[in-house]
Ligand binder design. Structure first.
Ligand code: PEP
Ligand code: MG
Length: 661
């Protein structure tokens, strides 16, 4: 029995989602396999699953054979289609946890090399976790474990197998204790759980047992088997999975230490603010280390997607990884300065470098602390008009970060994710619940929900897109929605129901003619009449449009008479004004919002909106730029919506404008 689906797990079945998938699969008696491109592996082995390198949006087949095959397929397909549903504490780290940051590493491929600069030599590695630090060096170079290479006698084999199984059980028990101690963050717990699974995985244990049966001693067998599996991970064309090679080595090392009756060199004694220098640090060791005392991490191994980087980022510890052999130059250093933004490390910095780092550390701390006071600020213009600094979000999981930053509502809720996460189009009830949850979370501030903005460049189950020469100029956004009233009306009905909370506004993407607004309004009226007839409670909402096509700019005065607000989408507006594909790096220079052509399009829009007395806001990336915010405010924009990370700095910028008057 088998069923196919498209994988919706963010970044694919890498370590933690694989762990979660295996845990689910092991709950069934049936033999379960996952098949990709004709290759089938056991769904009960996380190593094999990871090596299958299943990526987000790929098609896979779940195959099951046994008494509970139907239930197994149902549960596993359900996970692949909707990985966040029914997450328990441990698995929560698998998606949206600190690993989410993996998608935007500062630099992944910086070659390890000494940079020729003035002052003490800088070692260049991978900028894996941002921030600067300077502190005493804490060198952590536990000796390599070497296998004795002893050949076993026939009658020793059974005993050696038992010894190996005992060592695996002991490593797992230690990892279980670490998990049970419960002082790990959700992200760290997910990482330790993934390592525990590697220790128990058939791929590793099976290979070690095969070698022992062939006459190898247990330590040599573990070293050889770990090296083979690590090499498999290194060979996959995916740098997240490449980084799992280090995890396999780390687990193999733990098993060997137990077999040899040795303890790992402890990180417990690391002094306050020290920079940890190592060739490699097991993620498990780092997760258990006194992280609050660690000022920075420098490693020969690792990259932006390794578990060390993930842990460092989630704890705000600057890290430079992937230094290669150059890390040995730091072994004897007494003080180390680390720049996690640029990927530099300096051993024993001279006085000038020390002063420079001390100044930067202080400035960064000051900026962070200084920005916090803007969280609750309500910025105003000279005439007292409030400038709403709102958040751009795409899922309910991002609500907390937006609130933490001090968002004054949501200026752009991208509904695409809601549609892309599922194998079926989301139901009206499910959408109504989502929009209601948002409305409640940000009341009394507004929540602007953008109707589905999707085109042929992204697959969505349930909508057939034609092949198009130019998807960015094609059947997308409001154009597609108006052609598919079955989909559009479901969303509009859900929005009318959520509007009962009083703070929902709705905006249309990719508008290029007034008819798109009037046709939408007719559909909204139709939906309202239906809800009324069905006795379903609902309320009206303000309808606005995104200004992101040149056509919308040129008809802005007429458009402003039809809608309640404008929100300028500078990302698309820039690409369409400049005729420069926003995804094409070759024309990236043209894709510049500060180009006079784009700035004058923004100004024309603002003028038209202000003249008509409607709100003009902006939700493209430019809205969060401190260098442009004063210009936008002066043009008459009263709402700026941006990623939560930019909110406090934007509020500060507007407050500084007020201070200047
Ligand atoms: C924009 O185009 O500026 C915008 C905010 O929308 P998106 O980036 O989702 O296309
Ligand atoms: Mg857009």
């Amino acid at each position: 029995m088998e069923r196919s689906t498209i994988v919706r797990v963010h970044e694919g079945l890498h370590a933690r989602p694989a762990t979660r998938f295996v845990k689910l699969a092991k709950g069934f008696e049936s033999d379960v396999e996952l098949v990709k491109d004709g290759k089938a592996v056991s769904a009960k082995s996380s190593v094999k699953l990871m090596l299958l390198a299943v990526k987000e949006n790929q098609e896979v087949t779940v195959r099951a054979n046994g008494a509970d095959a139907i239930e197994a397929i149902e549960a596993l397909i359900g996970y692949l289609e909707n990985p966040r549903a029914g997450l328990d504490d441990e698995s929560e780290a698998g998606e949206g946890g600190p690993e989410a940051a993996v998608a935007t590493p500062a630099s992944e491929t910086a070659p390890p090399a000494a940079a020729a600069v003035d002052g003490p030599p800088k070692l260049q590695g991978v900028a894996a976790s941002e921030g600067v630090a300077i502190g005493p060096a804490f060198a952590h170079f536990p000796p390599e474990i070497e296998g004795p290479g002893r050949r076993l006698q026939g009658d020793e084999i059974e005993g050696e197998l038992e010894r190996f199984r005992g060592a695996v059980a002991s490593v797992q028990a230690r990892m279980d204790r670490t998990l049970a101690e419960n002082n790990l963050s959700a992200g760290d717990r997910g990482i330790v759980a993934a390592l525990r699974d590697i220790a128990a995985d058939d791929s590793l244990t099976g290979e070690v047992e095969r070698l022992i049966k062939g006459g190898d001693d247990a330590v040599s067998a573990v070293i050889a088997a770990s090296a083979t599996i690590a090499a498999d991970f290194s060979a996959v064309d995916d740098h997240y999975l490449n980084a799992r090679a280090d995890d396999v080595h780390a687990v193999g090392r733990q098993i060997c230490l137990v077999l040899l009756g040795q303890d790992e060199v402890s990180l417990e004694t690391i002094p306050q603010g020290a920079i940890l220098i190592a060739d490699d640090i097991g993620a498990w060791d780092l997760a258990r280390a006194p992280l609050k005392r660690i000022g920075g991490v420098v490693c020969g191994h690792g990259g932006a997607t390794s578990h060390i980087a993930i842990i460092a980022r989630s704890h705000g510890i600057p890290a430079v990884l992937g230094l290669g052999d150059k890390v040995n130059e730091l072994r004897a250093a007494s003080q180390v300065a680390i720049d996690g933004n640029a990927g530099h490390v300096i051993a024993d910095p001279d006085e000038t470098a020390r002063a420079d780092f001390a100044r930067r550390v202080e400035a960064a701390a000051k900026e962070r602390a200084g920005l916090k006071v803007f969280k609750g600020v309500t910025p105003t213009r000279a005439d007292g008009t409030v400038i709403e600094v709102a958040a751009n979000i795409g899922s309910l999981e991002e609500i907390e970060a937006a609130q933490e930053a001090g968002a004054m509502g949501v200026g752009l809720f991208r509904t695409e994710l809601l549609f892309m996460r599922h194998m079926h189009l989301p139901s009206e009830d499910m959408q109504a619940e989502t929009y209601s949850a948002l409305a409640k979370a940000f009341a009394p501030h507004s929540v602007i929900v953008r109707t589905l903005d999707i085109g042929g460049d992204k697959p969505i189950a349930g909508i057939e897109f034609p092949d198009e020469e130019n998807p960015f100029l094609g059947w997308r956004g409001i154009r597609m929605c108006l052609d598919r009233p079955d989909i559009f009306k479901r969303q509009l009905r859900a929005l009318l129901r959520a509007a009962l909370h009083g703070n929902i506004k709705v905006m249309l993407p990719m508008v290029s003619e007034i008819a798109e607004v009037t046709r939408t309004r007719a559909l909204v009226d139709e939906c309202a009449a239906e809800l009324k007839a069905e006795g379903v409670p609902y309320a009206g909402f303000e309808l606005g449009v995104m200004i992101e096509t040149p056509a919308a700019v040129l008809i802005a005065p007429a458009l402003a008479k039809e809608v309640a607000f404008f929100s300028i989408g500078t990302n698309d507006l820039t690409q369409y004004i400049m005729a420069a594909d926003r995804l094409n790096p070759t024309v990236a220079k043209l894709n510049d919002v500060t180009n006079p052509a784009v700035m004058s399009a923004i100004e024309l829009t603002a003028k038209a909106g202000v003249a008509a007395g409607i709100m003009v806001g902006m939700c493209g990336e430019a809205a969060g730029r401190p260098d442009l915010i004063p210009t936008f405010v002066k043009m008459g924009l009263t709402e700026l919506s941006m990623s939560p990370a930019s909110i406090q700095r934007a509020k500060k910028t507007i407050a500084a404008m007020a201070a200047e008057r």
